[in-house]
Design a protein around this ligand. Structure first.
Ligand code: HEM
Length: 216
């Protein structure tokens, strides 16, 4: 085993800030929805809006970071070992079998993670952000008669936004469970805090060549 630097400083900052903001948005959002009572309705509305703007700012920075560092490539799904990965999480892991893929700094997401996080970035996040923005500016949109949007009743927007919130909460629960499936239950969480993880050393070039040969 070797101590390898996997998660860079910005990545760790972005990950934990996003986690805190999403949980806070869920707490305040579900108060607006009248499911829980913590801050009082008026406060919940104000806090939800402030946290939403912070999340939007963070999303802009994280897109910039992913594009400029080339890290967005980590999310390109590879389907060659997807079924092996699903088999591992549903059967192999409980029989003590070895991980079917190797984690490295240049290839840190397994095929199932890559496809799930891509879904998060392309479906869940846009759904909640777009419906949230329409919800926030609904009156302005309505007053300016921006026909396509203003013809959609606010109740539908609220429903879609809440649906997105439920999806996101499901994602969080599964995501937290999956983090416990590393070499020890806390090894992945520790890695996201410190940046370093104990991993089997592998020749990344040989993995990339194998991958290319496999997918050619
Ligand atoms: C950029 C992201 C987001 C924006 C712009 C946004 C915006 C809004 C707005 C404007 C409202 C109506 C309350 C108000 O008048 O302020 C609302 C309600 C709500 N939000 Fe968000 N939100 C975002 C993210 C989230 C997230 C991440 C969650 C949960 C995980 C969430 C859950 C909810 C829920 C459950 C409601 C109540 C819906 C209802 O029943 O009316 N929101 N959001």
């Amino acid at each position: 085993m070797q101590r390898i630097y996997i998660y860079k400083q910005f990545e760790r900052f972005w990950h934990w800030t996003q986690a805190i903001l999403v949980l806070f948005l869920a707490m305040t959002g579900f108060e607006v929805h009248d499911s829980i009572h913590l801050f009082g309705y008026e406060n919940a509305v104000v806090y939800h809006r402030i946290a939403a703007w912070m999340l939007l700012g963070l999303i802009v920075f994280s897109i910039f970071w992913h594009v400029t560092t080339g890290e967005w490539r980590q999310y390109i799904p590879s389907f060659s070992k997807l079924s092996a990965q699903i088999r591992y999480y549903t059967i192999g892991m409980f029989k003590g079998e070895a991980h079917p893929t190797h984690k490295t700094a240049r290839n840190k997401l397994n095929p199932l993670q890559a496809v799930t996080y891509l879904g998060f970035k392309l479906v869940m996040a846009p759904l909640i952000v777009v419906t949230g923005m329409v919800y926030m500016f609904y009156r302005t949109i309505d007053a300016n008669d921006m026909v396509v949007v203003s013809e959609i009743p606010l109740a539908w927007i609220a429903w879609l936004h809440t649906f997105g919130a439920y999806l996101l909460m499901m994602f969080v629960v599964i995501h937290v469970y999956m983090t416990t499936t590393g070499s020890t239950p806390l090894s992945n969480i520790k890695a996201m805090l410190t940046g370093y993880e104990e991993l089997e050393p592998v020749d990344e070039n040989s993995i990339i060549k194998n991958k290319e040969a496999h997918e050619a």
